[in-house]
Design a protein around this ligand. Sequence first.
Ligand code: 5GP
Length: 143
Amino acid sequence: MAETPYDPQNIFAKILRGEIPSHRVYEDESVVAFMDVMPQGPGHTLVVPKAPSRNLLDADPATLGPLFTVVQKVALAVKKAFGADGATVLQFNEPASGQTVYHLHVHVIPRFEGIALRPHTGNMEKPEVLAENADKIRRALVG
Ligand code: 5GP
């Protein structure tokens, strides 16, 4: 069966092109990180390569090293920014796995002992809360 092609009109492609807003916390030549609008916990961040691929399954392997280098930076930053006990890193491939946006991305979510994650793609967070959390993460990334 033919693979589904990459759709350049997906929401993260639009965010990467600056066509729709996001709360960015990090950007370099190959990777961007921004706040998830329906966070599974405070500080839920998405780490997204600029190179187009639908998900991990069709990604150029050369994309993955720089992507996971930033995943580690962001995991350390969210842990520091929120005084978390740990961080969950999640990545979904195709609808059967729970993927809903078809541009490769990695979820980084600060975790606290005894506190469960909220549902995947649940409620929209208030923009002012996302802005405040993004600020905390930016500060932790530089400090
Ligand atoms: P997936 O299920 O594809 O791994 O996750 C997609 C994620 O993107 C979800 O956690 C969802 O909350 C988030 N999301 C969906 N639409 C938007 C959007 O317009 N902006 C941002 N920042 N996140 C989004």
